[in-house]
Design a protein around this ligand. Structure first.
Ligand code: ADP
Length: 567
């Protein structure tokens, strides 16, 4: 094997001590023949120690890292380029101080080429570049890039969670029952956190165990066994219920240590971590949301905040559902009570009517016969008249009760024909005038007839009610004014008394069924509170309006406005 002629002597000048690269020359036996000062400095081996030694003895790890092949290729005439990416370094040399902490070895790229003398290959020449600084910069850049990617992923996850929370809110807004609500928070909320199973439990009636309202993702037997979760048995759900605080269990080891009884459950469900979140409103825990995860989790601040928001939304929805149900029940009870009352009224009125009609008919017959025969004393006559008057009053009340029942059941029909309101009013005034000796009814009648299209019997009932109320609610007596006026297309009729008046706060409810103003009691005036309700129904069904005004203690005025007839 021929060595390069005088390589060392010739080449040390050639290589130059100022070269910024490492330059290594071997002969064909791979014995070091050239070693520049860059190499001496970085390998900490002076030329005197390196020259003349076999390369693989000097760097045994070249063979260990299978880089000896490169030299054989060079001897075979090939130039091999070694990138730091693949091998990180060719010759083991420590990185310069600045990068010593970061890299164990100086990062290198290198070129191993045949060393030619004429056409013959006399050995190899290796040029080594220190690329540590570049690699460090690249790594730094890589790190920044990774950090940026992670930050972006986190931001995207945050946006995703906000969106999911919004979806949960939307879904909750239409969920009405506890089961529907539980399904939304387990399915949608759980999915957002990465849970694979979930449960919502509420405290049972006896207060010593949680009862499952809804569960998903667990094997059926597990749900069957844990339908009731006693608070005294340690479980995350019970702990959260008792403390009102969330419970996070991040690993199987933690589950086994803290909740040994759950071993079978977590094994069966393939659970590796758990959370239990109290569903709280106004310091009151309405239930617990439990979520199970298929992998161990480290619940960071974001996860915990999201879980908290989810539990809050769920609790609000549960509270809404509870109120909704309570209101629903109360309304149903109230409706049932009203129905029962109406039914009773209707039955009672029907039952009263027949005996009352016969009683009244017989009393009137008796009165007529006795009058004809002149066989009654004045006192007996009076007694009979009072009997008949009271019977008529009772009969009117029974009719009103029947009217209420008809109005309620939609069986209240009007029979409308053209009629003269003036005539009708006269009749009512004449009928009522004599019933009270200390009231005077002043009827300010219009000139000429006032024709409207109305149900005579029903309108008579309206004016009878208003006028008899005016008499009844002015116990001290006095004048009652009935006025009729006309405008373009309506007739306006008012009944004014100087009685007890109506408190302002009672006016808005005056025309409601069974409403009586609070001042009637102090004056001990009896009544039922349905007359005005019927008045209003009759007037509005005629296309008109009725209203009341009152000045405290200075009487009341009721005004009825009815559309004029066409003809
Ligand atoms: P009732 O007279 O049987 O109580 P109404 O339906 O006729 O029933 O009247 C309802 C309530 O309106 C009365 O209880 C009373 O409080 C009030 N009211 C009606 N008319 C008058 C009036 N002219 N003056 C004072 N209060 C009246």
């Amino acid at each position: 094997m021929s060595a390069p002629a005088e390589p060392h002597g010739q080449l040390s000048d050639l290589i130059g001590d100022l070269s910024p690269h490492g330059v290594l020359i071997t002969d064909r036996d791979l014995v070091v023949r050239g070693w520049n000062s860059w190499l001496a400095r970085h390998t900490r081996q002076p030329a005197a120690m390196a020259l003349g030694r076999p390369l693989f003895e000097l760097f045994p790890d070249l063979a260990a890292r299978q880089l000896d092949a490169v030299y054989r290729q060079a001897l075979a005439g090939q130039t091999v380029v070694l990138s730091h990416r693949l091998h990180r370094y060719l010759l083991p040399m420590p990185a310069v101080d600045e990068y010593a902490g970061q890299f164990e070895q100086m990062q290198q790229s290198a070129q191993v080429a045949p060393f030619k003398q004429g056409d013959a290959i006399a050995g190899t020449i290796t040029v080594v570049n220190d690329v540590t600084e570049r690699v460090a910069r690249e790594q730094e850049l890589q790190l920044l890039l990774t950090q940026e990617r992670r930050a972006r992923a986190e931001a995207e996850r945050a946006v995703d969670r906000v969106e999911r929370l919004l979806q949960v809110t939307t879904a909750l807004s239409i969920a009405l029952t506890p089961v529907e609500i539980a399904r939304v928070i387990v399915a949608q909320g759980g999915a957002a956190l990465g849970a694979h199973a979930g449960v919502v439990a509420q405290l049972g009636a006896d207060g010593d165990a949680l009862e499952i309202v809804y569960a998903a993702g667990y094997p059926l037997e597990t749900i069957g066994q844990w339908r009731r979760i006693p608070l005294e048995i340690p479980s995350p759900l019970a702990r959260s219920m008792l403390s009102g605080e969330p419970v996070f269990v991040e690993s199987r080891a933690q589950i086994a240590a803290q909740y040994p009884l759950l071993k079978a459950v977590v094994d069966d469900a393939g659970t590796h971590s758990l959370v239990a979140l109290p569903l709280r409103v106004y310091e009151h825990t309405l239930g617990i949301l439990g979520l199970s995860f298929p992998v161990e989790q480290q619940f960071g601040p974001e996860d915990r905040a999201f879980a908290g928001a989810l539990a809050y939304q769920g609790a609000q929805a549960l509270e809404r559902a509870r109120l909704f149900e309570a209101e629903h029940e109360a309304r149903a009870r109230a409706e049932a009570a009203v129905k029962a009352r109406d039914q009773f009224l209707s039955i009672a009125a029907h039952e009263f009517r027949t005996p009352l009609t016969s009683l009244l008919g017989n009393a009137q017959l008796l009165q007529r016969r006795m009058q004809k025969e002149g066989s009654l004393t004045e006192r007996h006559q009076r007694l009979l008249t009072v009997t008949i008057d009271q019977g008529m009053r009772l009969s009117r009340m029974v009719s009103m009760m029947l009217d209420v029942s008809r109005l309620e059941t939609g069986r209240f029909a009007l029979d409308r024909r053209p009629l003269d309101l003036d005539q009708l009013l006269r009749r009512v005034v004449e009928e009522l005038e004599p019933t009270s000796s200390h009231h005077t009814i002043v009827y300010n009648n219009p000139d000429g007839p006032i024709v409207i299209d109305g149900d005579e019997m029903r309108l008579e009932q309206v004016f009878y009610n208003l006028l008899s109320n005016a008499i009844k609610y002015s116990p001290a007596g006095g004048q009652i004014h009935v006025d009729v006026a006309r405008d373009d297309d309506a007739v306006i009729l008012s009944v004014q008394d100087h009685g007890i008046g109506i408190p302002q706060e009672a006016l808005p409810q005056l025309f409601q069924q069974f409403f009586r103003a609070p001042n009637v009691d102090e004056h001990k005036i009896s009544g039922v509170g349905i007359g005005l309700y019927i008045v209003k129904e009759i007037v509005t069904r005629h296309g008109g309006e009725v209203s009341a005004t009152s000045l405290n203690d200075a009487g009341s005025t009721f005004t009825v406005r009815l559309p004029l007839g066409k003809g």
